[in-house]
Design a protein around this ligand. Structure first.
Ligand code: FMN
Length: 148
């Protein structure tokens, strides 16, 4: 059985909801899943003892780092993690009426690639309410589940 860690940062609950939907699909696929709020996560946990690490952040785009506020400080510490050759996937919620839709997802992807991590699937960007995107989330999670 493969082991996945899902870490999310969420202000109004949308990315948390998405993370839970993803966790359900991975668990149904027979994987062991640990899901936790970024506030309760240490950067050293990333990729450490897990076959896949999924990072989810919503976007709050009025500063250089567009990540959700709890994830922003975690992001700045991420260089302490060893992600080289580790498998990761990225997701997040946003709103396409903003100029940089889901910019946090792009920033996470770039950081992971700079650190030598392997992104297993095209990042998932949810526009609006994740309750209306259940099929997209489930389809993406199934692809991720098949990748590790
Ligand atoms: C002040 C503010 C700024 C935002 N900036 C962006 C942005 O730049 N890009 C984007 O895609 N969404 C932006 N959003 C939308 C949020 O990312 C979206 O509401 C998301 O679903 C929140 O997810 P969360 O509940 O997981 O934090 C912004 C929302 C607010 C209220």
């Amino acid at each position: 059985m493969a082991k996945a860690l899902i870490v999310y940062g969420s202000t109004t609950g949308n990315t948390e909801n998405t993370a839970k939907q993803i966790a359900k699909v991975l668990a149904q696929g027979g994987h062991e899943v640990v899901i936790q709020d970024v506030r309760k996560t240490k950067v050293e946990e990333l990729g450490n003892g897990f076959d896949l690490t999924l990072l989810g952040s919503s976007t709050w785009g009025d500063s250089e780092i567009e990540l959700q506020e709890d994830f922003a400080s975690f992001f700045e510490e991420m260089d302490k993690a060893n992600l080289r050759s580790k498998k990761l996937a990225v997701f997040g919620c946003g709103d396409s009426s903003y100029p940089h839709f889901c910019g946090a997802v792009d920033q996470l992807r770039e950081k992971i690639e700079d650190m030598g991590g392997v992104i297993v699937n095209e990042p998932l960007k949810i526009d609006g309410d994740p309750g209306d995107a259940a099929e997209d989330i489930s389809g993406w999670a199934h692809e991720v589940a098949a990748s590790f």
